[in-house]
Design a protein around this ligand. Structure first.
Ligand code: SF4
Ligand code: SF4
Length: 161
């Protein structure tokens, strides 16, 4: 059975994916392509496309709800590592549910994982986001009408050599 994320992608087209700028700065060890990001605030950047009123990450390939792939899977930022599909690890994921429902997709259930699913890899665009619990954005209320903010622990810049 295929991993459900590979026929979903809803979270990549629902949240504003914000993370510390250093994740996209090679001089601090960042690996997310800077050209696929844009400024958000003095400390954070976002994946391009996710600030839109109809958000969709520029790195997402395919059709949401049918067949999708992250074109920078091995270089995706921390929020994308952090969000895990609902029940994949035996735990609910309100963010996964929220994104799927917003795209008219049914939420995942524990039964989804009753059979083994295809293993995701870090090989190119072979797989999709693995998202997890997301901190509530303190300024989300001020951004009414914009995509909900997808945040995760900000990575501190690497210490100078
Ligand atoms: S984490 Fe949930 S919303 Fe995101 S791609 Fe996977 S199944 Fe879809
Ligand atoms: S997993 Fe990839 S396509 Fe999805 S939001 Fe993150 S970078 Fe964009």
């Amino acid at each position: 059975m295929g991993h459900p994320c590979l026929s979903c992608g809803a979270c990549c087209a629902h949240f504003r994916v914000a993370f510390h700028w250093s994740e996209a700065d090679p001089t601090t060890g960042g690996i997310t392509p800077a050209g696929l990001t844009e400024a958000f605030d003095p400390h954070r950047v976002v994946m391009r496309g996710t600030q839109s009123r109809t958000p969709r990450c520029v790195a997402l390939h395919g059709e949401v709800g049918r067949q999708v792939a992250c074109s920078i899977y091995a270089q995706r930022p921390s929020p994308c590592h952090a969000l895990v599909a609902a029940w994949e690890n035996g735990l609910p994921s309100p963010q996964c549910d929220r994104a799927r429902l917003a795209h008219g997709l049914p939420v995942l259930t524990p039964l989804q994982w009753a059979e083994p699913v295809a293993v995701q890899t870090d090989a190119g665009d072979a797989a999709l986001p693995v998202f997890d619990a997301i901190a509530q954005a303190p300024d989300e209320a001020a951004m009414e009408g914009q995509p909900p903010l997808l945040l995760h622990a900000e990575r501190a810049p690497a210490a100078p050599a």
